[in-house]
Design a protein around this ligand. Structure first.
Ligand code: SAH
Length: 372
């Protein structure tokens, strides 16, 4: 990989994370043809070229101009923690020493990457370990796609699905996340199908409205996690700004491509949101929302006051929703033994905790491995 230290006169920029639009603008200033952008992207993303000098269909002057203005940098893999289930949690070190985590989850049918969008998070959901960090900073688009590029580079099996469910609230880092999604889905760049990407949000309604206007057609997962406003206020303070009825209204109006549905995430917390009454209220809220429901038995961590419900409670909850004709799945807990599961990422070293939650041992216990 060719690295270049930025000098003071021309601050060089990481090519990863630079969008087609930004490059087109620059090329027009340089009086270069727009199709040159396509050529550069093809070298970088399709041929994995990391040296502008090797881009032989570009003029020498363009090559050296690119080399003066751009460098290639990926987040550095600081450690890999292996789970018994085959998942790997990656700890990445960023340019300024900040660290974030991504989790690679292989299964028979797919290899899913769960990636981070922020160092920490400022939403302060009471059941989430990442919240304890507060927000340190947003990731750049280059750092977001960089997690994917760095992991794909070292894995024998390529990533097939991406979920934005790691550290951070994706829609609270809006611009860089949208740029990263454009790079991921652009045929000129990473060429990943929009069907294979899911962005999970705690329900920032204004940002969701802006997001739908981007026409990205990316799947949305919404962390609902409670069936009444009082409980959701307590679990997710963002509910005071965007209460359940406002969130539901947004989802009902959200345009979806044919055959697509939203995913509703519901973390099950013993004696907090797992009663029959909760299931009934949840079904009522979701009556006219095109969705499938992912039930996520709480993933424990040491400092938490919450506990996952019993297996029986989880199945009761799921069965009620199924009776009401919802597609309701129990999220397969991955990487819980290495603090790599939903809400367990906090860029700490793994302290081994007992594997809790549901097992894939029951035909009735429909499992949905993390994304579509
Ligand atoms: N901020 C985004 C994405 C990150 S969290 C969001 O809120 O959607 C990804 C999912 O993990 C969310 O559905 C969240 O509710 C869930 N989650 C957080 N902490 C959890 C925990 N300890 N156990 C189980 N799920 C958790």
């Amino acid at each position: 990989m060719m690295m270049k230290t930025p000098d003071m006169s021309t601050p060089a920029q990481n090519f990863f994370g630079t969008t087609e639009l930004q490059l087109k603008k620059l090329f027009s200033e340089w009086k270069e043809q727009p199709y040159r952008v396509h050529q550069v992207f093809t070298w970088v993303y399709h041929y994995h070229c990391r040296d502008f000098n090797e881009m032989t269909n570009l003029s020498k002057s363009l090559r050296s101009r690119l080399a003066e203005n751009f460098y290639f940098a990926l987040p550095k893999i600081q450690s890999r923690t292996h789970s018994k289930d085959g998942s790997i949690k990656y700890l990445f070190e960023l340019d300024d020493g900040a660290v974030v985590e991504s989790v690679w989850m292989p299964s028979d049918s797919r290899n899913t990457l769960c990636l981070s969008t922020q160092v920490g998070c400022r939403l302060n959901c009471t059941f989430c370990l990442t919240a304890s960090l507060g927000l340190k900073r947003n990731l750049t688009a280059g750092e977001i796609i960089g997690q994917h590029l760095a992991i794909n580079q070292e894995q024998e099996y390529q990533i097939t699905n991406i979920v934005f469910m790691g550290m951070g609230e994706p829609l609270d880092n809006y611009g860089p996340v949208v740029d990263a999604l454009r790079l991921m889905t652009s045929p000129e760049a990473m060429k990943i199908s929009t069907r294979k990407i899911t962005v999970s949000t705690s329900g920032l309604v204004d940002k969701m409205k802006a997001f739908q206007e981007e026409n990205l057609a990316i799947n949305l997962a919404i962390s609902l996690n409670a069936s009444d406003n009082a409980t959701r206020d307590r679990l997710m303070p963002i509910n005071k700004k965007y209460p359940i009825e406002v969130l539901m209204d947004c989802l009902k109006k959200y345009p979806l491509k044919p055959q697509r549905r939203h995913t509703i995430e519901y973390v099950l917390l013993a004696d907090i949101n797992d009663s029959d009454e909760d299931a009934r209220r949840l079904a009522k809220w979701l009556k006219d929302v095109p969705c499938k429901i992912n039930l996520i038995p709480f993933n424990s961590f040491d400092s938490s006051e919450f506990r996952p419900p019993s297996e029986e409670r989880v199945l009761n909850f799921q069965n009620y929703l199924i009776e009401k004709n919802f597609s309701a799945f129990i999220r397969q807990n991955r990487a819980t033994d290495i603090l790599g599961a939903c809400g367990q990422l906090a860029a700490q070293s793994a302290s081994v905790i007992p594997l809790r939650g549901m097992k894939a041992n029951d035909e009735h216990n429909a499992l949905d491995p993390v994304s579509n």
